[in-house]
Design a binder for this molecule. Structure first.
Ligand code: KIV
Length: 275
């Protein structure tokens, strides 16, 4: 999957399904499901590493998990998130950090949060051959500044601000833009005015594509955001399986003969003879 194909999908009005993944096993399954885009998101911090927010996630964390995802998924476009403060301090630092995600992690693109404020970074990364997915609306890395995890774009001022951010990141060269937690009608209006694909999360069906956090749609872990839909109940599945496993070990049912290697008599005699 290439970024140019995503633009073609928008033109053909073919919806783009995207999902996060953080490890080899789930990346393989995402690839098998023919989902075209995987984001190694900094939600890694919350859903895999047990952190309270995405803010403590480091570049090395994302690189480590991107490597695992790349080993598991050959076909999807793999986008790696740039963590908090890895692209804001200065341009050289942003370029170095983004290039590590491609060179060491093996991603094909990076994602960063922000609109006009990061347009110059998007422009420079793009000039250097690094495809950038932008991310506007709710920006979880700015949770303290935005006054919590609240929707954006409900007022006329915020809606206008979102549109000008979307146009700015497009102008700067972003190949797609995530729209997080904004009203469906606002997301649809922005989508109509952009030539690059919009990828919604909590932004309604009017976007060109959708992205979800994999553990939210699989019912794994404590999160269940209102905008996500649960397609499996892995918490219950896994808890049930673990309880059955522990009960069988404690009850002497596992391992049975079926799960036990056999040896020829000589091997047994050798042990007996050693006594
Ligand atoms: O980090 C992440 O998983 C994201 C998605 C929620 C879009 O940014």
């Amino acid at each position: 999957m290439r970024v140019t194909k995503l633009a073609a999908m928008k033109r053909a009005r073919q919806p783009i399904a995207c999902v996060t993944a953080y490890d080899h096993a789930t990346a393989r399954l995402v690839d098998e499901a023919q989902i075209p885009v995987i984001l190694v998101g900094d939600t890694l911090g919350e859903v895999v590493l047990g952190m309270d927010s995405t803010i403590p996630v480091t570049l090395d964390d994302i690189i480590h998990h991107t490597k695992a995802v790349v080993r598991g998924a050959r076909r999807p476009l793999i986008v790696a998130d740039m963590p908090f403060m890895t692209y804001q301090t200065d341009m050289a630092e942003a370029l170095r950090n983004a290039s590590r995600l491609l060179q060491e992690g093996g991603a094909q693109a990076v994602k960063l949060e922000g609109g006009k404020a990061v347009a110059d970074v998007i422009g420079r990364l793009t000039e250097c051959g690094i495809p950038v997915m932008a991310h506007i609306g709710l920006q979880p890395q700015s949770v303290h500044n935005l006054g919590g995890y609240r929707a954006r774009g409900r007022t006329a001022d915020e809606a206008r601000e979102l549109l000008s951010d979307a146009l700015a990141v497009q102008e700067a060269g972003a190949f797609a833009v995530v729209l997080e937690l904004i009203p469906g009608a606002v997301a649809a209006a922005i989508t109509d005015r952009l030539s690059i694909p919009t990828i919604g999360i909590g932004a309604g069906p009017g976007c060109d594509g959708q992205i979800q956090v994999i553990s939210d749609i699989l019912g794994l872990g404590p999160r269940q955001p209102r905008h996500s839909k649960q397609y499996a109940s892995l918490n219950e599945e896994i808890a049930g399986a673990l309880a059955r496993y522990a009960a069988e070990v404690c009850g002497g049912e596992f391992p049975s003969a079926d799960h036990t290697l056999t040896a020829d008599q000589q091997a047994i005699d050798a042990i007996d003879g050693a006594d």
